[in-house]
Design a protein around this ligand. Structure first.
Ligand code: NAD
Ligand code: ZN
Length: 347
């Protein structure tokens, strides 16, 4: 039997192990993808650290990792529309296809969703099986490092393009990898001014490399005062909340102009308290909750923006071979990185 190396969680608890496992076979409707590159997501750090969320959700043994690109290596029975050798990214949410939400074109809120690398084996390995309908085939050259991060970039596209951005003043709270990816998206969509905030000076520096107009560290400066000053006392038209931090969410709403729009992606680790009346109701604000990527509207938008020249390369700060993924997970934990690329074929 042919085998492959993989980073796997073999049993509940902190950490992971590098193991040698059989190469899986695609079942009906699935394809086998040979992983070219993958990337580390915050979710992988939750699984690595085995926090409460991971304990409730993940059932070891599991090969984790879900952000990746690769080549189609084998077709399962009945697969059409994909060729062996196709260069693909993968939509990581596998939907049921039959629930009310799937049947009305809203698979991103499918109630039976399964996530690769969370609910079934993922990409920190050499080969992964995925449903053929989850493939996004690239028909033109795309840097594999960018093709590997379509998932978080797609989150940024979905969150940003929910709002009316032409001529808008935009506040992005939390410039982790997704908040950073949102900067060039809102600029391309016509934002007039982009302000961001983060408590990591490493990430604020990355945001400056993406050309934000103002980068604020709320530990050192009063975000509300800085935003008012920068917007002629008015506040921002659009808030993209990408931190999940309670205080940051409240500060963000405070910075929103009357009639403004907030798009919420960040996931708080526990319920948060908000003064709804002042923060949202009297303001006449519009709020969007954002889950994943629209299938596949967000993907078309994400591809079109890349084809138009959107440059995500400053986002990628580290590269490791699969054998050294533990170093990458520790860097992610510390927030001292943008996106970290993992190469299963690397030295
Ligand atoms: P991330 O968690 O590294 O990004 C969060 C950023 O917020 C970090 O850079 C952190 O320093 C910053 N932050 C923390 N407290 C802050 C504060 N008080 N003010 C300003 N910034 C603060 O990772 P990410 O991958 O960019 O994800 C962003 C958020 O989106 C996370 O909460 C993640 O769980 C969530 N997420 C949601 C979806 C979805 O479908 N809704 C999908 C992926 C990720
Ligand atoms: Zn469904």
């Amino acid at each position: 039997m042919e085998t492959m190396k993989a980073a796997a969680k073999l049993e509940p608890g902190f950490g992971f192990e590098l193991v040698e496992v059989p190469i899986p076979k695609p079942t009906a409707g699935e394809v086998l993808v040979k992983v070219r590159l993958s990337a580390i997501c915050g979710t992988d750090v939750h699984i690595y650290q085995w926090d409460q969320w991971a304990q409730n959700r993940v059932k070891p043994p599991l090969i984790f990792g879900h952000e990746f690109c690769g080549e189609v290596a084998e077709l399962g029975p009945g697969v059409k529309g994909v060729q062996i050798g196709d260069f693909v990214s993968v939509e990581t949410h596998f939907t049921c296809g039959v629930c009310r939400f799937c049947r009305t074109g809203r698979g991103h809120i499918c109630q039976e969703v399964k996530i690769v690398g969370v609910d079934r084996n993922g990409c920190f390995t050499e080969y992964v099986t995925v449903p053929a309908e989850n493939l996004w085939v690239w028909n033109h050259d795309l840097d594999p490092e960018i093709a590997a991060i379509l998932d978080p970039y797609g989150n940024a596209v979905h969150t940003a393009l929910a709002c009316d951005l032409a001529g808008a003043r935009v506040l992005i709270i939390g410039v982790g990898p997704i908040g950073l990816a949102a900067i060039p998206v809102v600029k391309r969509a016509g934002a007039q001014q982009v302000i961001c905030s983060d408590v990591s000076s490493y990430r604020l520096d990355l945001a400056r490399r993406f050309g934000v107009d103002l980068a604020v560290d709320p530990r050192r400066e009063d975000l509300y005062a800085k935003v008012r000053e920068a917007t002629g006392g008015q506040g921002v038209d659009v808030l993209l909340e990408m931190s999940g931090n309670e205080k940051a969410i409240n500060d963000g709403f405070k910075c929103l102009i009357n009639g403004g729009t907030a798009s919420l992606l960040g996931i708080p680790s526990k319920p948060v308290s908000i003064d709804l009346a002042d923060a949202l109701i009297f303001k006449g604000a519009t709020i969007y909750g954002i889950n994943g990527r629209k299938m596949f509207e967000t993907w078309y938008q994400a591809q079109a923006l890349l084809e138009g020249g959107l440059d995500l390369t400053p986002l990628i700060t580290h590269r490791f071979p699969l054998e050294r993924i533990g170093e990458g997970l520790e860097l992610m934990k510390a927030g001292q990185c943008g996106k970290i690329i993992i190469d299963p074929n690397g030295e």
